[in-house]
Design a protein around this ligand. Structure first.
Ligand code: SF4
Length: 377
């Protein structure tokens, strides 16, 4: 890729207190000495430095807030010494409520580096949190948001999950009511709301196989999603992606760029990187990562995307956003086929066509993944 671009930087912190039942992200559960990992991460950041100005930085996991503020400050210092931050727009830290004590939040705010906090609340119902094996309770979640705002964080995102086992539409409505209570905190600018999905290898998969829990049925999910859209419209949150909503001007810049296929550098065990053509990923093994960083050879694998892969990925991610597919982003050999394949969806009012875009309608957004597959090369 020869044009000038501003890459994204993703930092993966693969540690969690407990393993949540639905989760298959790479993370190591339980108390660990995280210092060698921070050393390794700093080494990788130095080895992969670029002078291209970074656009956004995102600390994800795992649970980045299991690191101490001192450890985060070391990583931040390494980034500052090795990367061009002159055009940095957004720096997000994912955090879980149980870590966000007032002292932690104050120290974090004093770094003057993170300007966005994404707090993994998932539910305001203690029984639902217990079912998911989350560490925090609903009171801690509310307190964490209030304390983060008090500490000076003016851009807070809240994560919720719908479609939990046994969760009726009414129970989901109670979660949304609880969220209304937090809206007096003006710093709450963003909501990510994912449907619980059954991932192979998760604890949830085993629980379902044993008949201990069951996923929500399609009707319940549709009712919950309708309530979510109603709630967002009534409370000033715009939908900009299937699962993401924000107050005007507060979309996640990192994710929006990521969906737009902007190149990104991923540092840390299991982190993915993309340069516009090649996707590479560090192996998901903390011990190998630490040893590899010490010898200057972090183990990774990579794949070169074919033109078909690149087209299919773009269609899949773009159709999940309200902007939809930008015709200018579609390579010439695919334009005619796309224009033909998408017509039935335009006819069914699931997609609207403008001179520049194919945009999903609200009903189309709900079925974005299925539509995208029909448009693949
Ligand atoms: S959902 Fe988040 S906190 Fe829970 S195990 Fe997965 S990465 Fe860790």
């Amino acid at each position: 890729m020869t044009q000038t671009y501003r890459p994204l930087l993703y930092i993966h912190i693969p540690y969690c207190h407990h393993k949540c039942t639905y989760c298959v992200f790479y993370s190591v559960a339980g108390r660990r000495d995280t210092e060698p990992y921070v050393d390794a991460l700093c080494r990788e950041l130095v080895a992969r430095k670029t002078d291209k100005p970074l656009k956004t930085i995102y600390f994800g996991g795992g649970t980045p807030s299991v690191l101490t503020v001192r450890q985060l400050a070391r990583i931040v210092q390494t980034i500052g010494e090795n990367y061009n931050l002159s055009q940095l727009e957004e720096v997000t830290l994912e955090a879980n409520p149980e870590n966000l004590t007032t002292e932690y939040l104050t120290d974090l705010a004093d770094m003057h580096f993170f300007n966005r906090l994404s707090i993994g609340i998932q539910s305001f119902d203690d029984a639902e949190l217990h079912l998911l094996n989350r560490v925090h309770n609903s009171q801690q979640a509310r307190q964490a948001v209030a304390d983060a705002a008090d500490a000076g964080f003016g851009n807070i995102s809240v994560d919720l999950i719908m479609g939990l086992p046994g969760q009726t539409a009414e129970a989901w409505h109670r979660n949304l009511d609880a969220l209304v209570g937090l809206l007096t905190i003006s710093a709450v600018k963003h909501l990510s709301c994912y449907e619980l999905t059954l991932e192979p290898g998760s604890i949830l998969e085993r629980q379902i196989a044993q008949g201990r829990v069951a996923l929500a049925d399609d009707d319940t999910l549709a009712a919950q999603y309708a309530l979510l859209l109603e709630w967002c419209a009534a409370n000033g949150f715009e939908q900009y992606e299937v699962s993401n909503f924000s107050r005007p001007g507060f979309r996640s810049r990192h994710n929006s760029r990521y969906w737009n296929r902007t190149p990104y550098i991923g540092a840390g065990a299991a982190a993915h990187s993309f340069d516009g053509t090649v996707r590479r990923w560090n192996l998901p093994d903390v011990e190998q990562y630490i040893t590899g960083a010490a010898s200057g050879q972090i183990p990774f694998e990579e794949e070169r995307l074919t033109q078909d892969d690149a087209y299919n990925e773009y269609v899949m991610t773009a159709l999940r956003t309200v902007e939809g597919i930008d015709k200018a982003m579609v390579a010439e050999p695919y334009r005619k086929g796309l224009a033909e394949k998408i017509q039935p969806f335009v006819y069914k009012a699931l997609v609207t066509e403008t001179p520049t875009h194919y945009r999903p309608t609200p009903s189309g957004l709900l079925r974005a993944d299925g539509i995208a597959v029909s448009l693949f090369a």
